[in-house]
Design a protein around this ligand. Structure first.
Ligand code: FS2
Ligand code: SF4
Length: 545
């Protein structure tokens, strides 16, 4: 096995025996084979589009399959075997459709478009088609950078899709780019161009998801979220899927069972649509990687709607439920919606009723809801504070949290920031500083949380609006610095989206991606001023200077 798609990859270079995330060799290999199969399907999807053959079922299959391979989403080998089998059937059916429509295919087809084999040969096949099959390290690096960007794009597209928002152009790009990773005639420059183009679609998909979320649930607004507990039995919901939350809130109403959020579900409290539920109590705990302790003390059932799942401990495994693309062998799975009906949470609710109430681990409140609409409503105040010098600089500290001790840097950095600075955050990275009580500047909190990782889009909208208000030509002339923490592949598409919007000098940590070859790093440094982090003191000097 070889996997280096996330920040916690072994030694910063690649997991080769078992995933640091807990994935087995078998699962990693099957994920590689699934991605390879998707590339084969994408090859035909590109040809099919030329003939105006549109296959929404294939678009959906590619999107969901890519999503299922992101870090901490699915650890269940059977789910990948099923997807590979289904993928081969879809691929061969699409090829036939193209031929029947009078299409012509190149004489020599990529192997991903033709391979086939029984399940017991998947492991051997996977070993031949993984990341290291591409020998040139720069081509490999760019192919993987592109693929990880597509995985992030797929995750966001899936959330929008669930809320009945989709864009044909996003699917078409995903398929074009996946197919391009099979094309040995493409050189470094071609792949760099595709990576940058992915950033454009990254902006599009986040804008689409923003529209889906806000048109369905309203615009996030300034909200205080309780972090203590009540005495009722309860369900803890984690991940990013707001539709799952909505249906759970409806079905738990009047049952005596409370609902709390964990990790990336915290920003759900900021949406007006969820405020009417009295039993939607607050947020329990912190970022994903602390779940092994926090799920234990929660006492009730836990519902994982998307990543990030950590292999569960036996102490709470029987209280864990997954859904959608998430999976883990031996963990109960809530089936998808069928025939336009809601998911059925009756088992979860019945389970909750047999459990004690959550054990309190902290008390108090956190403040959030500063997505673009709320911040722009405060624009006058913000602009005034910048003009008067009350706010000297904004720090975009969005992204991910994670296990590594080196991430304490972000807590220390937030603490060390001068009092006249404001943090703009999104994603689970916020948990490194959202309980520090950093105060406010004339009523503007010093930590403005826009929401989930996808709401990093909001931070870009805010920056572009400020650029307009201040009459600047370039977004980089604003007093905004970017010190972003990454972990998984959604952060990759967020980064590419920011590059597309022209943001320069982004600092990325706690380490630069292991999948970037020295030459690809050089391209990013020379063209975009991308840099790593060093230590709080030195970095602050650079940023404030
Ligand atoms: Fe955090 Fe994990 Fe949001 Fe990432 S909950 S690191 O996948 O998606 O951000
Ligand atoms: Fe390793 Fe990250 Fe891949 Fe898991 S997702 S196997 S931790 S590189």
């Amino acid at each position: 096995m070889f996997c280096y798609q996330c920040q916690e990859t072994a030694k910063g270079t690649g997991c080769t025996i078992k995933g640091v995330c807990g994935k087995s060799e078998n699962v990693v290999n099957l994920q590689d084979l699934l991605v390879y199969t998707l590339k084969g399907i994408a090859f035909y999807a590109v040809e099919a589009r030329k003939l105006n053959i549109l296959r929404p079922d294939i678009d959906k299959f590619i999107m969901e399959s890519l999503f299922s391979t992101i870090t901490n989403a699915n650890f269940d080998k059977n789910r990948f075997v099923e997807r590979i089998q289904a993928g081969l059937t879809l691929r061969d059916g699409l090829k036939q459709e193209i031929m029947q429509a009078g299409g012509t295919l190149p004489e020599v087809l990529p192997e991903a478009a033709t391979w086939t084999g029984p399940v017991d040969e998947y492991a051997a096949k996977a070993a031949l088609v993984g990341i290291l099959a591409t020998e040139n390290e720069d081509i490999r690096s760019l192919r993987e950078l592109l693929t990880y960007g597509l995985k992030g794009m797929a995750a966001y597209a899936e959330h929008a899709y669930t809320l009945e928002h989709q864009e044909a152009g996003i699917f078409a790009f995903m398929e074009k780019a996946l197919a391009a990773t099979l094309d040995d005639t493409l050189e470094v420059g071609d792949l760099v161009a595709l990576v940058l183009e992915a950033g454009k679609y990254g902006v599009d998909v986040m804008a689409l998801l923003d529209k889906a979320n806000t048109s369905t649930y309203g615009n996030p607004e300034l909200t205080k979220v309780n972090i203590g507990v009540r005495s009722n039995p309860a369900i803890l919901i984690s991940g990013h899927d707001l539709k799952d939350l909505e249906e759970l809130l409806i079905q738990t109403q009047g049952t005596g069972v409370d609902v709390y959020t964990h990790g990336e579900m915290l920003p759900a409290h900021y949406y007006p649509a969820f405020k009417k539920y009295d039993h939607f109590v607050g947020n329990y705990g912190n970022a994903w990687y602390k779940q092994d302790k926090e799920f234990e003390s929660f006492n009730g059932p836990i519902f994982l709607t998307t990543n990030c799942l950590v292999p569960p401990k036996d102490s709470y495994k029987d209280r864990l439920y997954t859904t959608g693309v998430v999976g883990f062998e031996g963990v109960k799975h809530i089936p998808d919606r069928a025939d336009g009906k809601s998911k059925d949470f009756s088992a979860l609710i019945a389970h909750a009723k047999t459990c004690p109430a959550p054990t309190e681990i902290e008390t108090g409140e956190i403040v959030g809801g500063f997505a673009h609409n709320q911040v722009l409503a405060l624009a006058d105040k913000v602009v005034e504070a910048v003009k008067s010098g009350a706010i000297k600089r904004f720090f975009v500290m969005a992204g991910c949290d994670g296990r590594m001790k080196s991430r304490d840097y972000y807590t220390d950095f937030a603490k060390a920031l001068p009092q006249d600075t404001v943090i703009l955050t999104a994603g689970c990275a916020k948990y490194k500083y959202n309980k520090l009580n950093l105060g406010d500047i004339g009523g503007i909190p010093r930590v403005l949380d826009a929401g989930q990782c996808n709401d990093s889009y909001s931070l870009a909208v805010i920056a572009l609006k400020l650029k307009e208000v201040f009459g600047l030509e370039d977004v980089n002339q604003l007093p905004i610095s970017y010190n972003i923490a990454w972990y998984e592949q959604k952060a990759v598409i967020v980064l590419l989206a920011l590059l597309h919007l022209g943001v320069k000098n982004i600092h990325l940590g706690p380490t630069l991606p292991g999948f970037l070859s020295p030459n690809v790093v050089k391209v990013l440094v020379e063209n975009f001023g991308i840099a790593g982090i060093t230590n709080v003191e030195d970095d602050l000097k650079i940023f404030m200077g």
